[in-house]
Design a binder for this molecule. Structure first.
Ligand SMILES: [Fe+2]
Length: 220
């Protein structure tokens, strides 16, 4: 995290976010590095959309925090190799709500609760936990959704090979208007085609099964 680019007067926020994400990383090697990459991607997407420094930095912090609710999910599910059983997937799907309630209790982080809660919503309203659709989904959450999905697809899994970045962008285009905000897909595709995605994303790591795009998983 780049402290020098933090929200003005936000050193306390940065420290809190680092402490929370360190706790999540300690719990699961599967998520290690994932939140950092989602944070940097989210910042890049926000800037590509023309958002200001403070909004972009907010998107970055929200990216760091997006999966913090996994702290409340049993280790047996978080670290399970392979696909989750339906009841395990149902438990995993609680993490946005857990995460939002967690950050809501921290005064300096409470403003990130809506983004944490809504990062698995889908543009067509078929996501969770609230079934929000379109612009009813907070913009920051829509940004994180793009970053999260790209990183999930381009990361190695225990039960399938990762796909390359171009294939991931193609898949996101296929899901534009259903899973993703079309305007954000366009912005992301432009970042990719102009070589402006953060290169730290090429680190190969495993992340959790719940991050797999259902539409992509169905094709495997
Ligand atoms: Fe998540």
């Amino acid at each position: 995290m780049r402290r020098e680019e933090g929200l003005s007067g936000a050193w306390g926020v940065i420290d809190l976010v680092q402490a929370l994400t360190a706790a999540l990383d300690a719990k699961s090697s599967y998520t290690r590095g994932h939140s950092d990459r989602v944070a940097e991607l989210s910042w890049s997407i926000a800037r590509k959309l023309g958002l200001g420094d403070q909004e972009a930095e907010s998107a970055r912090i929200a990216g760091h925090l997006h999966d913090i609710g996994k702290i409340g999910i049993p280790d047996s599910i978080i670290s399970k190799p392979g696909s989750l059983l339906p009841e395990e997937f149902a438990a995993m799907k609680r993490h946005p709500v857990i995460g939002a309630s967690l950050v809501k209790q921290v005064a300096h982080l409470s403003g990130f609760a809506p983004s944490v809660r809504s990062h698995h919503e889908r543009w067509d309203g078929s996501g969770y936990p609230d079934g929000l659709a379109g612009e009813a989904i907070p913009l920051e959450a829509r940004i994180i959704c793009i970053a999260d999905s790209f990183d999930a697809m381009t990361s190695a899994r225990s039960y399938r090979e990762q796909i390359d970045a171009q294939s991931a962008v193609d898949e996101m285009r296929r899901c534009s208007g259903t899973q993703f905000d079309p305007r954000l897909v366009d912005a992301f595709a432009q970042l990719f085609s102009t070589g402006k995605l953060p290169l730290m994303l090429r680190i190969e790591e495993q992340v959790n099964a719940e991050d797999v795009l259902p539409s992509y998983a169905e094709t495997q």
